[in-house]
Design a protein around this ligand. Sequence first.
Ligand SMILES: [Zn+2]
Length: 53
Amino acid sequence: MITCPLCGHKEEVILTDSCQFFYQCRNCNKMIRPKGQDCCIFCSYVTVPSPSI
Ligand SMILES: [Zn+2]
């Protein structure tokens, strides 16, 4: 699950084999980007660890 930092919408995401830098929220249609030094949105917003590269 990913939680949109802008509107708080929770949504299921499919984890891919690689990091995903952007994610578009289906609720507010804003592009979510990683926080700070995080390499991908999974690191910032998803509760499971990012898949390794
Ligand atoms: Zn949103």
